[in-house]
Design a protein around this ligand. Sequence first.
Ligand SMILES: [Zn+2]
Ligand SMILES: [Zn+2]
Length: 395
Amino acid sequence: MSVSRLENDQSDYSEAIEWRHDFHAHPELAYQEHRTSDLVAKRLTSFGLDIETGIGGTGVVATLRGRLGDGPTVGLRTELDALPILENSGVSYISTNKGCMHACGHDGHAAIMLETARRLAAAPDFAGTVHFIFQPAEENGGGAKAMLDDGFMDRFPCDSFWALHNWPGLPVGTIAARAGEMTAACDNFDIVVDGFGGHAGLPHLSIDPIAAASQFITNLYGQLARRVNAVEGGLCSVTRFDSGSAYNVVPNQARLAGTVRALYEPARALIEDTLKSQAKATEIATGTKFNVDYEVCYPISYNDADATDIALECARTLVGDDHVVAGIAPTMGTEDFAYFLQERPGCLVLFGQGEGEAPAKLHTPEYDFNDRLIPVAVQYWLTLVDRLLGSKNDQ
Ligand SMILES: [Zn+2]
Ligand SMILES: [Zn+2]
């Protein structure tokens, strides 16, 4: 099937596009996706699928057994949640929930999964089982882990897990993946720097937490550049710095926060160690007290090599060799699909969201999911299920 045919195939997907616009107009934050979850459950039921709701909070799982008998069980995962961003996309179906928007395209991913479920339910010509996984709270909430902690693997024992994400900057019709590290690990930290306030004209009589925190950031960045192997990839960004309330007062306290990203566990551990040791060094040098709260968050997403071969083989069948990027560079973004990939092998693939016509990046107020990739993504899921569970299955 050619890319242009897929792109011109909009009429068959008009209802999926309507669902997407409806999700977009009614975004909900992590673990609050009640309307979205209810709608998903209602539609899946109308397709004749068995569903279970309330998994890991607002998660929904639909189960479809093939009519050709027993076979492997595959889990296809999508997300339900939106982000706390004030939308400025200008689309007619703009968010009606002010300050909340689908800025990561989970509205599109969910609509694609629903359309896939509908088509497969109408003709389940495969041997095995498909679990359609609609997870809550991908953005920072760890919804995948919440579902797993809710007994997911006992209730829906999958042999493999699969997911896709739209990717601004790649043309529509392009499908990309890499074996190994696909998305980075993410840790977050909060630091309270306690000093001793005083008159700004007499700083020698105080212990200045702003000066200490500034020194900490500068030294931390310098240390990381020398300690972390540049090839192995890892970074730390201080993203919040709050302190003070007057022109002429040295405050008592400064607060910092930020994130750590890494593609390899040794780099991740080294960054945590550098951050904590630099906090101690700054304490000694300045007389302040650094209280570091370091939270280990999402794991690294590892795409299984064999699963990635299968995913890219399906992509080639669909869009041709010229539109497949094998071995795309990993991203320092994170993806809690990593938790599913810790349980069983699988693959996260990236779908081109467009270059010129949809330039807005993920997590920006101008972003809008590109409906033009709905057909190619639905066809990818159908091709993958056929490859894994179809009559030609040789797994
Ligand atoms: Zn996101
Ligand atoms: Zn996302």
